[in-house]
Design a protein around this ligand. Structure first.
Ligand code: NI
Length: 220
């Protein structure tokens, strides 16, 4: 009995320290934490793991936002089409332009198949990214890109659903703030299921291949 109690105590301490470690990691390194979570979810989606906690992790969900014409749109606005979703902001100095360029190149490589994909650029900086600002920005990369903005609450909701990390940061002596944000590209099937999570820095060739494979698998 004593031995059982001792083992239980050790188990409880292990669980508590693990939980504490995860919380501590999330607070110190939110981007790394988000990346780990997303990598884990990605493994599940790709069938590397199955069951358990992972099957309960939902990525994606319904959203209500505003398009570049100032019109309301939802996740249901493009029926029967796949969505390639990227979260960022137009003032982004580095990562966003690179990723949007990659998305554009990947769509080019898909050829006519790209017509089945709606590329969405959802801002995590709705205070500055108005519909007009987004329109002027995305056309620099690709005419097919659709920029979406919304109220702070709408953006917070969609970001939470997609496990997107974002935070305002103001560098010393900077006139304007920057947004720190996670930079994954999400491939969603027409019925709203996450089919691929594409890491930042992926080549256009790999992105196109991932999209082609998932669309082919779904259509048989
Ligand atoms: Ni960015």
């Amino acid at each position: 009995m004593l031995r059982l109690i001792r083992r239980l105590s050790i188990a409880v301490i292990l669980v508590l320290s693990l939980a504490w470690g995860v919380v501590g990691l999330a607070a110190r390194d939110p981007q790394g934490y988000a990346a780990n979570l997303v990598t884990y979810v990605s493994d599940v989606v790709n069938g590397a793991r199955s069951g358990g906690l992972a099957s309960k992790i939902q990525v994606g969900g319904p959203f209500a936002l505003t398009n570049m014409l100032g019109e309301p749109v939802t996740d249901q606005s493009w029926p029967h089409r796949w969505k390639l979703i990227y979260f960022g902001y137009t003032y982004c100095p580095d990562v966003c332009p690179t990723e949007l360029q990659t998305i554009s190149s990947a769509l080019d490589q898909l050829g006519p198949e790209a017509d089945r994909i709606v590329p969405l650029f959802i801002t995590i900086d709705p205070g500055r990214d108005t519909p007009a600002t987004l329109a002027g920005y995305v056309k620099l990369f690709d005419p097919r890109l659709i920029g979406l903005t919304g109220t702070d609450a709408q953006i917070a909701t969609v970001a939470r659903e997609f496990r997107v990390y974002y935070a305002r940061v103001t560098p010393k002596d900077a006139a304007a703030y920057l947004m720190d944000h996670s930079s994954f590209v999400y491939l969603m099937s027409p019925d709203g299921q996450l089919r691929a999570l594409i890491q930042p820095g992926t080549t256009a060739e790999s992105m196109a291949a991932a999209i082609r494979a998932q669309v082919a698998a779904a259509t048989g």
